[in-house]
Ligand binder design. Structure first.
Ligand code: 13P
Ligand code: SF4
Length: 309
């Protein structure tokens, strides 16, 4: 008797029949990353979404990332496993105060982190991700005042890297990275003195000050693979363990728990499951639907960012 197909088999069949691509962020569960056509950080996934030629994008990440894929593919169907997979940075930056800032400060350049709603993107001059934020801010003429939003830690880090003094920073935070206490990094370093510390720039300044490397999820994975060090203390979400172990065989990775969940999981990213992924490919729901005008306005700052090499 033939074995019943697994959910993974069903997803692989559905990908073919739907002419679908599966894009997965590094924070997804390993079983989702196993099936993905592309695994990446938010910049890489946005670039892949732009190159895509098929009919359906199944986006395994969080809602703002799927919205970005839709803006770049307005005529294609973009589905997600769980429409409630949001982001604390998006929640901490409603569009009205951004519009109000714009009205009061027409001379400011608004640089929005990709972790924002489509409405906030539509009010922005240029977008950035953690991978290219320094480059984006450096691309703005020095005399122009900047508002960077919404992540306060990424903003403070970019201000330090660029030396930019005329840059205001919104006070939003990531519930995963902002709640890593510096004392736990010190404890981890005491326990693993040979380990290098790698951190995502959404971590607090006190944590970043101790890091040997600061970068986006993919940049962290690449840095660990090319480093000669045998062990690393990792200050980002647990899902990166999948690519860290694949790309750095034989090396050891220590994840530090934050004070929000006493773990290093993003509760939004972890809402996606194989079952929900299969169901969204069967039903083509939940689906990202956005107004044409909103997409057209959000596309402008997004294309400005993607044009920066
Ligand atoms: P990356 O741009 O590094 O993928 O980060 C996205 C994110 O949500 C980090 O918490
Ligand atoms: Fe948002 Fe933080 Fe989750 Fe990234 S880890 S998606 S910034 S809540």
């Amino acid at each position: 008797m033939l074995a019943a197909p697994t959910i993974a088999d069903e997803i692989l069949d559905l990908k073919k029949s739907r002419k679908a691509i599966l894009l997965a962020h590094h924070y997804q569960e390993p079983e989702i990353q196993e099936l993905a056509d592309v695994i990446g950080d938010s910049l890489e996934l946005a670039r892949k979404a732009r190159e895509f030629q098929g009919d359906v994008i199944a986006f395994c990440g969080v809602w703002f990332m799927a919205e970005t894929a839709k803006v770049l593919n307005p005529d294609r169907t973009v589905v997600v496993p769980d429409a409630k997979a949001g982001c604390s940075l998006v929640d901490g930056c409603p569009v009205e105060p951004v519009r109000e800032f714009r009205r009061r400060n027409p001379g400011h350049v608004i640089v929005s982190y990709i972790n924002t709603s489509i409405e906030v993107k539509a009010e922005s001059d240029i977008l950035c991700t953690s991978r290219n934020a320094v480059k984006v801010v450096n691309s703005i003429p020095a005399e122009k005042p900047v508002l960077f939003l919404p992540d306060r830690n990424l903003g403070a880090w970019v201000r330090k890297q660029t030396g930019r003094t005329n840059m205001e920073v919104w006070q939003g935070a990531c519930i995963v990275h902002d709640t890593y206490p510096a004392r736990r990094v010190v404890e981890a370093k005491t326990e693993h003195p040979r380990a290098k510390i790698v951190a995502h720039p959404e971590c607090p300044e006190s944590v970043l000050a101790m890091a040997d490397f600061v970068g986006s999820t993919s940049a962290i994975i690449e840095w660990c693979a090319s480093s000669g060090a045998p062990e690393f203390i990792v200050m980002t979400e647990s899902g990166v363990a999948y690519s860290l172990q694949k790309d750095s065989p034989g090396k050891r990775f220590w994840f530090v728990a934050n004070e929000n969940c006493n773990c290093s999981d993003c509760p939004y990213m972890k809402m996606n499951t194989l079952e929900k992924l299969r169901d969204c490919l069967v039903n083509l729901e939940p689906r990202v639907e956005l107004g044409d005008d909103l997409m057209a306005r959000a596309l402008v700052p997004l294309e400005r960012m993607l044009a920066l090499k």
